[in-house]
Ligand binder design. Structure first.
Ligand SMILES: Cc1cc2nc3c(=O)[nH]c(=O)nc-3n(C[C@H](O)[C@H](O)[C@H](O)COP(=O)(O)O)c2cc1C
Ligand SMILES: Nc1ncnc2c1ncn2[C@@H]1O[C@H](COP(=O)(O)OP(=O)(O)OP(=O)(O)O)[C@@H](O)[C@H]1O
Length: 407
């Protein structure tokens, strides 16, 4: 798969590459945050049609998330979104091996509600058999383009003859582009067709209107409270909490599940375990003394960090994948209760079970979350914390080996 990053100019004009003067393309567009099972269906359909027609398969992916850019630009100057993306390697080339046109490589502001970075999405889309991934820098200028103008560019520059869209896709200024309006343009120009993928997943679910973290109050993975409610109770509950109805397979559903510690529910929509990625940095070196050394993630963490708690999961580094007990939280035991600001940073750390001699400092590792085990606790002594860490490791091992047997 060829990955090309495209940075629009201040008027929103995209420097589209010429793929091939003769060959046509099948194109799909979207943000694909998390590349969940609904996104995967649309992307697979694109690859399948391209193969059938002997065309290029092209995914146009927006980065950063349009909703992130709009929420910041609507607040006014707020957070500065630089004109260009992509962390770079020492030699100046983007870390993910992509080619980039334009831009100045300022670092991106953090988007803690994104389920995935562009780098993670690249990996997952590559596995779906696509030939070209064009990552368009989503800027306020680009957002002002009409869908008609945008479609014209796809036809003129990329040789688009088929546009694949999910049934409720929306794009272009005022979100006026959709299956129906694109079909009207297709019919009046006669140069492309629209292939609509029907909504995938099990209907609809309800989520909080914005990301709200709910720390589970007891051990074990929490169930979605909606599951056990009667229709009438569900109606009252969703109304009371101003919840919104979203597709079962949607990024907002994944965020809602992760913010409530419902890992299995998120994994069901994603089609893989929820995961984050980041660099291992030095912690306070206390873990080693306790007999449980941990890999602490620092800097920018890619992916959505689930609600505070202790999880069973895996750590992957350069092809090695180890079972782990993962802690997300503020290390309440070591926080000075009298000083509200002491040590209150939210930390993600993983104890790789039964491994004590690893040196992962400076490595970029992936942490997968398999199950929520318990909320964070404040312990009265080191001994109690050590005993609990031992129990967490046993429990994580049992969960992971149980999953392996049923997988
Ligand atoms: C599986 C696991 C569970 C943890 N649970 C808690 C907890 O409930 N309360 C707490 O204060 N710290 C908890 N911690 C964090 C430890 O306090 C932390 O690992 C230790 O202080 C070492 O920190 P360091 O890596 O900065 O040296 C947990 C850590 C792990 C790996
Ligand atoms: N469950 C689904 N079934 C079918 N198509 C889907 C599903 N979810 C997303 N899509 C389609 O995937 C493409 C990319 O979607 P995009 O990521 O831009 O936003 P989205 O539809 O709002 O997805 P989400 O709600 O998950 O964020 C669109 O064509 C969209 O309609």
């Amino acid at each position: 798969m060829k990955v090309i990053r495209l940075v629009p100019d201040t008027d929103g004009a995209v420097p589209w590459p010429v793929l091939d003067k003769e060959k046509r393309s099948v194109v799909t567009i979207g943000t694909f945050d998390g590349v969940h099972k609904g996104h995967a269906a649309v992307i697979r359909r694109t690859a399948e049609l391209a193969e059938k027609y002997g065309s290029f398969s092209v995914v146009i992916m927006f980065d950063p998330r349009p909703s992130f850019v709009h929420s910041h630009s609507s607040i006014g100057p707020g957070i500065h979104i630089p004109a260009a993306p992509a962390p770079v390697q020492d030699d100046g080339s983007p870390q993910d091996g992509s080619i980039q046109f334009g831009g100045n490589n300022e670092p991106d502001p953090e988007d803690p509600e994104a389920i995935s970075s562009a780098g993670q999405r690249i990996q997952w889309i590559r596995d779906l058999g696509i030939q070209y991934l064009l990552i368009v820098r989503y800027t306020p200028g680009f957002a002002r383009q009409t869908y008609i103008n945008f479609l014209g560019q796809l036809v003129g520059k990329l040789g688009m003859r088929t546009l694949v869209l999910g049934a409720d896709a929306r794009f272009g200024r005022g979100l006026e582009g959709n299956v129906k309006t694109s079909r009207t343009v297709a019919a009046s120009t006669g140069v492309f067709e629209v292939d609509a993928v029907e909504d995938q997943g099990r209907g609809f679910t309800w989520v909080f209107p914005d990301v709200q973290y709910h720390v589970p109050d007891s051990a074990g993975e929490p169930a979605n409270p909606l599951n056990s409610m009667s229709k009438a109770d569900r109606r009252a509950w969703t109304k009371k909490h101003h919840m919104v109805r979203v597709r079962d397979w949607s990024s907002s559903h994944v965020r809602d599940a992760l913010a409530g510690g419902r890992i299995a529910e998120a994994a069901e929509v994603l089609g893989r375990s929820p995961q984050i990625r980041g660099e291992v940095v030095h912690g306070e070196a206390r873990g080693r003394q306790l007999g449980f050394p941990t890999a602490n993630l620092g800097g920018t963490i890619e992916g959505f960090i689930p609600v505070d708690g202790v999880y069973a999961g895996y750590v992957t580094d350069a092809g090695h994948r180890w079972p782990a007990a993962v802690s997300v939280g503020t290390k309440e035991t070591f926080r000075d209760a009298a000083d509200a600001h002491s040590d209150s940073e939210r930390v993600v750390e993983a104890y790789i079970i039964d491994e004590t001699g690893l040196d992962l400092y400076g490595h970029t590792v992936t942490i997968e979350f398999t199950a929520f085990m318990r909320p964070q606790a404040r312990f009265g002594s080191f001994q109690e914390l050590i005993a609990q860490l031992g129990e967490d490791s046993q429990r994580a091992k049992a969960i992971i080996s149980g999953r392996r047997k049923t997988a």
